[in-house]
Design a protein around this ligand. Structure first.
Ligand SMILES: Cc1cc2nc3c(=O)[nH]c(=O)nc-3n(C[C@H](O)[C@H](O)[C@H](O)COP(=O)(O)O)c2cc1C
Length: 403
């Protein structure tokens, strides 16, 4: 058991509130130890994004606003949530060797990806079903990404069409692809993404099948509503499948997907191909050899395999194998500016965030997503100042202990 979690459970056990907490509450607290979930932090629920001190305060506001099943859907990992927790805890275990006496009066967090300059290395990760978290769903996220100038990746199982999201974003988004077992459906999804001008197709390779999301299921048990908006006839409610007969499609996962599928995709479109879910050096090298344009080191936020291995632990071998030939993006467990700084120092070109912006969305809609993005951007700039690293190019492994 990682030492942070042990310490947290020890704290809980010693706490005077422990004896008054029921076992499920203790378990819940332990499962959500993806940050400093101290009792005092949960006591105060922010009423506006401006009040937030860190992204976890958006989480508590979302918990307070959302039905248990929907909040549970955001939070869930698989099985006992080991990989989900580990993703964040592993960042805490990396120490910085900061530089002193560097002029940090100006900090530049900008970077270039596929020939486009971005002010921030923070990307809005593809997350499905966002109208379950706020009635404006992906539109609110797109408007926030636009006002804050962030790259947005849209999920195949979005509850708003790629055309409408592109309009709200004011420029094309990257499109995430779940490869259904039926190629004709994949072709239709590619056509829609191309039609909306998406420059990149992000193939999720970490989900050969649906995963075992016990924590989310457990949360759903506590929810007695009849939620037709998100659960009845699922594909009819996902606009990317409008006009597509999903009866015999076999769902959205494709257990037969292999490197031949990647090649087929490569040949089917001029969009850049990004593989999301690579965690090993040999797969990373193969991706480059197969002509893939970028990699996202990801375990789906601890929602696919229960490896117990954080993405930031996979990152060094992937970065080394890629050797700068294509961009490497990482996601999973990023909750503070210092986490971003550490990922970039290891060698990631950019990072994605998932749950934090969903917390903002669930709590305050567009303003909440904006609040989370501003929070993380501000924290990153501060972390860079304290590290003596005024530009992204100054972030390297020399800043990290043991790398
Ligand atoms: C509620 C939710 C829905 C998600 N839906 C998708 C999806 O449709 N496609 C996908 O590739 N990843 C999906 N993800 C994974 C995210 O893209 C991302 O990899 C992950 O959230 C990053 O970890 P973090 O939440 O700790 O930041 C989802 C994650 C969450 C929390």
């Amino acid at each position: 058991m990682p030492h942070h979690r042990r310490a947290f459970l020890r704290f809980l056990a010693a706490s005077p509130v422990a004896s008054t907490l029921a076992l499920p509450e203790l378990l819940r607290a332990a499962q959500e130890a993806d940050g400093r979930t101290a009792a005092g932090q949960e006591a105060y629920v922010i009423r506006s994004p401006a009040e937030a001190l860190d992204v976890f305060e958006f989480r508590e506001a979302a918990r307070a606003s959302l039905p248990p099943a929907h909040f549970g859907y955001i939070q869930t990992g698989v099985e006992n949530g080991l990989t989900f927790r580990r993703n964040h805890e592993a960042y805490d275990e990396i120490e910085l060797r900061v530089r002193r006496l560097v002029d940090v009066s100006r900090v530049d967090t900008s970077l270039e990806l596929f020939g486009r300059r971005w002010d921030s290395p923070i990307i809005v990760a593809p997350c499905g079903s966002q109208r379950a978290f706020h009635e404006d769903g992906e539109l609110a996220t797109a408007r926030a990404a636009k006002s804050q100038g962030h790259l947005q990746v849209l999920s195949t199982v979005t509850t708003t069409s790629v055309e409408d999201v592109t309009e709200a974003r004011g420029e094309p988004v990257w499109y995430q692809l779940y490869p259904t077992p039926m190629w004709s459906i994949t072709e239709r999804l590619i056509e829609r993404a191309e039609g909306a001008g998406s420059p990149a197709l992000v193939l999720t390779v970490d989900s050969p099948t649906g995963s075992d999301r016990d924590p989310g299921e457990r949360a759903a048990r506590a929810d007695e509503r009849d939620c037709v908006r998100c659960h009845a006839v699922p594909f009819e409610r996902k606009p990317m499948f409008d006009g597509v007969d999903m009866t015999d499609a076999g769902g959205i996962f494709n257990p037969a997907m292999d490197w031949a599928y990647v090649r087929r995709l490569r040949d089917a479109t001029d969009m850049k191909i990004v593989l999301k879910g690579i965690v090993r050096s040999d797969d990373a090298d193969r991706a480059v050899v197969e002509g893939v344009d970028a990699i996202v080191v990801s375990n789906h936020g601890g929602r696919s395999e229960e490896s117990g291995r954080a993405t930031v632990e996979s990152l060094p071998e992937v970065v080394d194998a890629v050797g700068g030939r294509i961009p490497v993006i990482v996601d999973g467990g990023i909750r503070h500016g210092n986490d971003i700084l550490k990922a970039l120092a290891i060698g990631a070109d950019a990072v994605q965030i998932g749950r934090p912006y969903l917390w903002g969305l669930g709590a305050f809609g567009q303003a909440g997503v904006e609040g989370v993005l501003q929070m993380l951007r501000g924290e990153l700039a501060l972390a860079m100042k304290f590290a003596g690293a005024p530009t992204i190019a100054d972030l390297d492994r020399d800043l990290l202990v043991g790398f």
